[in-house]
Every structure is written in structure tokens, then in C-alpha cells.
Design a protein around this ligand. Structure first.
Ligand SMILES: [Zn+2]
Length: 506
């Protein structure tokens, strides 16, 4: 039986439409999931939406809808974006679904029975117009940070989860498992945070303030806090406490891919929740960077959001995917601009990859009536190209396993650029004039390079890879093992030269 690979995105909070940051996480996870499928693993890729909490309630009121109607209208926007981007998720979980709520309530019950959840006093400052609770730590003065109105000091009864009890264990676990939090500088960030005493986590909200949440099984007066609810999706989506056989097959998750802004819930709350439940830790939490515009994080309040739908409609899903994956290393921040996107499309996609395909198929058409020739003798130079092509899987595999997606792409582009140089130096148009049989070898080699490039780029640009395979007359099946073999293109097969896959953009 194939090994399983379980990868997740965070659940996106549905108080507004999806933005570039959401699309980035899903493109990363989709590429990793496709790569693992290419290698024959049984992949479970989970994404979804986080739908409870005060901000959703407030946004729904601003739209004159009840919260459920409001989220029911937004969720299709997320699903439509994933379809546009060819995101191959296996399951989409919503925190308002019964399967999720059932697991959350069971977990709350277990932790309460165990004594890890207790009732305590929650003190802070309340802004009535905003319906927002602020703790001492968040405030410089007794003024609401959002609306600048004076705050009311209140104390209320809430339930707390004993984070503090597990602080020593967590520090030891993170220190002993340096691969757990990636990139590694994030490990240090979390350990630095854990040097201070960890307060217990308030995990409830009184229904007098908020009803839009999952009711606590042991209190009629409270719903659970949104982070506690949302994190559990990684377990509920895999069948925890509802489908034991499925959960034991899928768990632990192999990668939780997250944005760097949600490190604390994922690297402190979530591991402690699992430890308290006596469940194994996920293998890795990877925090990717942000896309910035003009050096600032894109956010709705700054009004500098780039609409992914606009970019995809204008430039295509694969070009957009390629840009985000190629432009920066995973974990670093990137600067998004339409100009940079166009430059990448023209240089890497139209010029390097698109031209290689177009020129090669143009020559099969012109010199061989669109039928792939048998290769003839190999010169040393022909053999060098072949050797390069059938060994790229090694570096590609190592870089992908290390999640160095941008370097893996660059590694494939070395082959593509070598093949373009090979055309220039082999001068097939002269070989054709001289009726030199080496022409057959040169053309066959170029087709094989395109086959290998097509397989390798499939995780990043699935539609392009399929289009290349279609033009090469290959069956659209992508297998990692086919990267190691030379000669899988069948001489005599008809190629179907199409329109350029990436026309130049002026
Ligand atoms: Zn306020």
C-alpha cells in the first residue's frame, strides 16, 4: 500500500472575499500535494473555512444577513477561486458542519473531564459599540483601539485551557524536534516567546456577548473561542473521534502549511491541545511569508489588496501560480507587482519554455511531416543533453522534499535553457539542408527534454503540463518514475503543434 501524505492549509476566516495570501497558501499546498501524488503517495489535502466568531457576526450584520446566510454566500467565492486555480484539494471542511462541531464538543468534554479546562475570571475592557473585549496587554490607554471610544472595565466568568501546565513539555518537544517548526528561524522565534510564562488560554465567550459559535458541552452560557474551534479542523477533517480507522491511517498530519502571522496558535495552542488529548504531534508546521506591496502587508484596512481573480483572468492561472512560487523562497516575504508578473511571463514562460516547445514542434512539422523521427547516432553533445535530462530528477526530488519550490523550478529551467542553447548550437536548419541524419537525434532529444520538463512542471502548472503533453502526442499521465527513463516518446507518433502556450505580453 502506498504511503499516505496528509497536508493542510489553514482554514480561511470568511469575513471577507479571498485575497492573494489565501491563494498563495493554497497554491503552495497544491504543488506539494501534486508532487507527492506524482511520486505515488496517497495524498489527503485538506482546506476549508473558519466560520464562527465575532468578526463574522459583525460582518454579517453589516450586510443585513444572519451569520449562516453570510458565510453561505462567501464560501462559494473561496471554492470558485480554488477551481479557477486548479487547486486539487481532497476535502473542504467548514467549521459550521456537524462533523466538525461533533469533534469540537467531544474534545471540549474530554479536556474538561481531565481538568485541563476550568472556569475562571476573565478581566478586561469592553467596547459596547464594537462588541469587542480587550485585555490589559493589548491596551496602552482605556480607549478602544478600533473606534477610539472609552472602554468599560468588566470581569466575566469564562473557561480557560491550561496551557501553562504543558509549557515545560512544549519547550522540550520543540528543542528536541528541530524539524517541527520550519523554516528553522521560526523555531527560535517560538522558543523565545516561550521564555515568558504562558498564561492559560481563554477558550469561551459568554453567549450574552456572542452566540455565533459552538456551544460548550458543559455550559449553556458559553460558546467556544474561534481559534480553539478552528484548529480542531485538522483532526475533525481526518475523522478524529468520529472515524477511528480513517484517523489512525491519516494522522499525524505531515505538513500544516500556514502564514507566518498564525505561528502562535499553530506552534503553541495546537501542540498543547494534542498533547492534552494524548495524540501524536503533526510532523511539521511550515510558516510561509507574506506578499507585500510597497513594503506593507496587504490588508483590507490598508486598501492595498490585489484581487487574485483579476490577475488570474488577465494572465491565466498557471502564470499566476508560477509567479508566486518562482519569485521567492518559501518562508520569505515577496513583493507583488503586475510589472514583475509580466516580466516573468515574458522571460521564463513565453521566451524559455514556450519557445522551446514551439520551435521544436515547428521543426517536427517542417522536417518530418509532424511525425516524431527515430533518433540516429548521438554525438558527445547530444549525449550531454540526454544525460542532463535524465538526471534532473535527483536535484528536483531533493529540492522538493526540502520544500525549496523556487529552487526546484530553477533546476528545471536549467534544463530548458540548456535545450534552447542546444538548438542554437546544433543548428538543425543546417543539418536539414545537408540532409545530416543527426537532425533526427536533435529533434528527438528536444521532444524528450520537453516530456521531462512537462512532468516536472506538472505540480506547479498542471494545465500547461497537460497542454505540452497533448502537443507532444503523449498520454496525459504524469509519473515521477518516467523522469528517470529516456526514450518514452514513441518515434512515429504525430505531434499536434498548437498556439503558443504563453503568448508574449506587451
Ligand atoms: Zn470600539
Amino acid at each position: 500500500m502506498a504511503d499516505k501524505f496528509y497536508i493542510t492549509t489553514p482554514l480561511y476566516y470568511v469575513n471577507a472575499s479571498p485575497h492573494i495570501g489565501h491563494s498563495y497558501t493554497n497554491i503552495i499546498v497544491d504543488s506539494i500535494a501534486r508532487f507527492k501524488r506524482l511520486k505515488g503517495l496517497e495524498v489527503f489535502f485538506l482546506t476549508g473555512t473558519d466560520e464562527h466568531g465575532l468578526k463574522v457576526k459583525q460582518a454579517s450584520e453589516a450586510n443585513n444577513l444572519n451569520p449562516k446566510e453570510f458565510v453561505d454566500r462567501l464560501v462559494p467565492q473561496f471554492k470558485a477561486l480554488w477551481e479557477k486555480l486548479n487547486i486539487s484539494y481532497d476535502d473542504f471542511i467548514r467549521t459550521t458542519e456537524d462533523r466538525h462541531k461533533e469533534t469540537v464538543r467531544k474534545i471540549l468534554g474530554i479536556l474538561y473531564e481531565k481538568g485541563d479546562i476550568y472556569l475562571g475570571d476573565y478581566r478586561g475592557f469592553y467596547c459596547t459599540p464594537c462588541e469587542t473585549f480587550w485585555t490589559n496587554m493589548q491596551l496602552k490607554e482605556k480607549i478602544c483601539p478600533e473606534c477610539k471610544r472609552p472602554l468599560e472595565e468588566i470581569s466575566e466568568k469564562n473557561y480557560f485551557f491550561k496551557l501553562s501546565k504543558y509549557q515545560g513539555w512544549l519547550i522540550e518537544y520543540i528543542s528536541e524536534n528541530p524539524k517541527f517548526i520550519q523554516p528553522s528561524f521560526r523555531t527560535n522565534e517560538v522558543l523565545a516567546f516561550l521564555k515568558e510564562p504562558l498564561g492559560d488560554l481563554c477558550i469561551s465567550r459568554p453567549i450574552s456577548r456572542l452566540t455565533w459559535g459552538i456551544p460548550l458541552p458543559f455550559s449553556d452560557d458559553h460558546v467556544t473561542y474561534v481559534w480553539f474551534d478552528a484548529l480542531i479542523n485538522y483532526a475533525s477533517g481526518a475523522g478524529f473521534l468520529t472515524d477511528t480507522a480513517r484517523f489512525s491511517k491519516l494522522w499525524p498530519a505531515d505538513i500544516h502549511m500556514i502564514g507566518k502571522d498564525i505561528l502562535r496558535p499553530h506552534c503553541v495552542y495546537w501542540p498543547i491541545m494534542l498533547k492534552a488529548l494524548e495524540v501524536d504531534m503533526p510532523r511539521m508546521v511550515f510558516a510561509h511569508g507574506w506578499w507585500l506591496e510597497g513594503g506593507e502587508k496587504m490588508s483590507k484596512s490598508r486598501g492595498n489588496i490585489i484581487d487574485p481573480v483579476y490577475m488570474i483572468d488577465k494572465y491565466g492561472a498557471d502564470a499566476y501560480r508560477y509567479f508566486l512560487l518562482r519569485e521567492v523562497s518559501l518562508g520569505s516575504d515577496g513583493v507583488f507587482s503586475e510589472h514583475k508578473l509580466k516580466t516573468r511571463i515574458n522571460s521564463d514562460l513565453a521566451n524559455d519554455l514556450g519557445n522551446l516547445l514551439n520551435r521544436t514542434l515547428g521543426m517536427v512539422e517542417l522536417y518530418f511531416g509532424s511525425r516524431l523521427p527515430y533518433p540516429d547516432k548521438y554525438s558527445d553533445y547530444d549525449a550531454t543533453l540526454k544525460e542532463h535530462a535524465i538526471t534532473i530528477w535527483k536535484g528536483y526530488d531533493a529540492l522538493m522534499e526540502d520544500l525549496k519550490l523556487n529552487e526546484a523550478i530553477a533546476h528545471i529551467w536549467e534544463l530548458i535553457n540548456f535545450a534552447n542553447k542546444y538548438i542554437e548550437e546544433s543548428k538543425p536548419w543546417i543539418l536539414a539542408k545537408q540532409k545530416d541524419k543527426r537532425l533526427n537525434t536533435v529533434i528527438y532529444n528536444l521532444v524528450e527534454v520537453l516530456r521531462i520538463a512537462g512532468i516536472s512542471i506538472w505540480p506547479f502548472m498542471p494545465v500547461t503540463a497537460e497542454s505540452i503533453f497533448g502537443q507532444l502526442g503523449l498520454e496525459k499521465k504524469f509519473r515521477f518514475s518516467d523522469l528517470k527513463e529516456w526514450g518514452l516518446s514513441k518515434p512515429g507518433v504525430s505531434v499536434n503543434k498548437g498556439n503558443p502556450i504563453f503568448p508574449r505580453i506587451e
